[in-house]
Design a protein around this ligand. Structure first.
Ligand SMILES: Cc1ncc(COP(=O)(O)O)c(C=O)c1O
Length: 397
């Protein structure tokens, strides 16, 4: 009995090993600080929870239209128009079980066997695996802190071949927190315009931005680009609703129809109750977004100051999302007792065992020599974690 070739192509999340070690240490009573988590630590706002309770009490507990309720898709269309300058009708929108499913559906809808998909690296860990599942080949463009983790139009031009089918952009980025400006996107468009591939723009961290910087949807820059762009968003990160599993995509009717077909034969509609909650999130008070954004900025500033002052660390200051992605190359080759730092995975293990802090190795995001640390944690825990990490790294010689 042999498993499918498709499933053999992909790997389990590289964060699993470190997560398992953390669980073992916690079960032995160790005080572990977990900075590996990709979700806001605030509770879901009360008005959203109330809308879900109301939905249950009113028996809104059955299947909905596969692509999402008309009320929710209308609200998303209004949001896109008002906030992103993008005009979509509800038939150009699909609601999925998290942004992750929207991304998966989109990749399945446009990528053929042998197609190439351009992915700037460091990247969200699921992109390459989803591309492989669709029979495509991820083609990475390397970036680093010297270029603010952004690709240049020249790099993009050099990566395009006749097999290029899709470009994936993520801004604000997980894991780096870089945010493309309107000018930078316009610059990339000068290359894209001459080509024929699709663009997937993952904007899930749109609301978590700092330093008064502005996000821009690439689809809003030009009608021709809009027609081949799939814009992804969702309520998970903005409204602290990761567990509710609501994401959405906007694109041409043809692409949305294709994504809808796939969803209709896999999960069908996202939870009716979560859709009611997401409707309240998008149409109700937006105070919680403002408050969490402010709180994340305070944490970013404190955590960045602490981490970037550690000797040997070079840290990019993120303008969005809630992660620091410091360059830790200088620790590779160093040792302490039985520990030898060979790569980002052994550094993450060392930090876990010596500092009792869970961080994610950069290799999970295609970036050896880096680690990712989330600042979706209390100021006290961030302070404690940075002190512990600093003390542990000092031991390496
Ligand atoms: C860049 C990026 N895109 C998409 C997702 C998936 O979001 P959701 O929880 O809505 O599926 C995540 C979650 O970590 C993410 O970081």
């Amino acid at each position: 009995m042999v498993l499918s070739n498709r499933i053999k192509k992909i790997n389990v999340s590289p964060t699993m090993k470190i997560a398992q070690m953390a669980i073992e240490l916690k079960s032995k009573g160790e005080s572990i600080l977990d900075l590996s988590i990709g979700e806001p630590d605030f509770p879901t706002p009360q008005n959203i929870k109330d809308a879900a309770i109301k939905a249950i009490n009113e028996n809104f507990t059955k299947y909905t239209i596969n692509s999402g309720t008309i009320e929710l898709r209308k609200a998303i269309a209004i949001k896109y128009n008002r906030e992103n300058g993008l005009k979509y009708s509800p038939s150009e929108i699909i609601v999925s079980n998290g942004a992750k499913q929207s991304i998966y559906n989109a990749i399945q809808a446009v990528v053929n066997d042998g197609d190439e998909v351009i992915i700037p690296s460091p990247y969200y860990a699921s992109y390459p695996e989803m591309v492989l599942l669709a029979g495509g080949y991820p083609k990475f463009i390397m970036t680093n802190e010297e270029t603010n983790f952004k690709i240049s139009s020249q790099q993009l031009r050099n990566s395009i071949t006749e097999k290029t089918k899709l470009l994936i952009l993520c801004s604000p980025s997980n894991p780096t927190g870089t945010v493309y400006t309107e000018e930078e996107l316009k610059e990339l468009i000068t290359v894209i315009e001459k080509e024929k591939f699709f663009i997937l723009s993952d904007e899930i961290y749109e609301k978590i931005i700092f330093d008064n910087c502005k996000t821009k949807s690439i689809a809003a820059l030009n009608q021709e680009i809009k027609e081949r762009t799939i814009t992804i968003n969702g309520v998970s990160k903005s409204y602290s609703m990761t567990g509710w599993r609501i994401g959405y995509a906007a694109a041409s009717e043809k692409i949305i129809h294709a994504m809808n077909k796939l969803q209709s034969h896999s999960t069908s509609n996202a939870s009716s109750i979560s859709q009611a909650a997401a409707l309240e999130a998008i149409t109700g008070q937006q105070e919680s977004i403002i408050n969490s954004r402010k709180e994340f900025e305070i944490r970013r500033n404190k955590f960045y100051d602490k981490i970037s002052s550690i000797q040997g660390i070079k840290c990019f200051k993120p303008h969005g999302a809630f992660y620091l992605f410091p360059n830790t190359f200088s620790f590779v080759g160093k040792r302490y007792n039985s520990y030898a730092i060979l790569n980002s995975a052994s550094l993450a293990e060392f930090i876990l065992r010596e500092a009792k802090v869970v961080v994610v190795p950069g290799s999970a995001f295609g970036a050896e020599g880096y680690i990712r640390m989330s600042f979706a944690a209390s100021i006290e825990n961030l302070e404690l974690a940075s002190n512990r990490i600093s003390d542990a790294l000092m031991k390496l010689t």
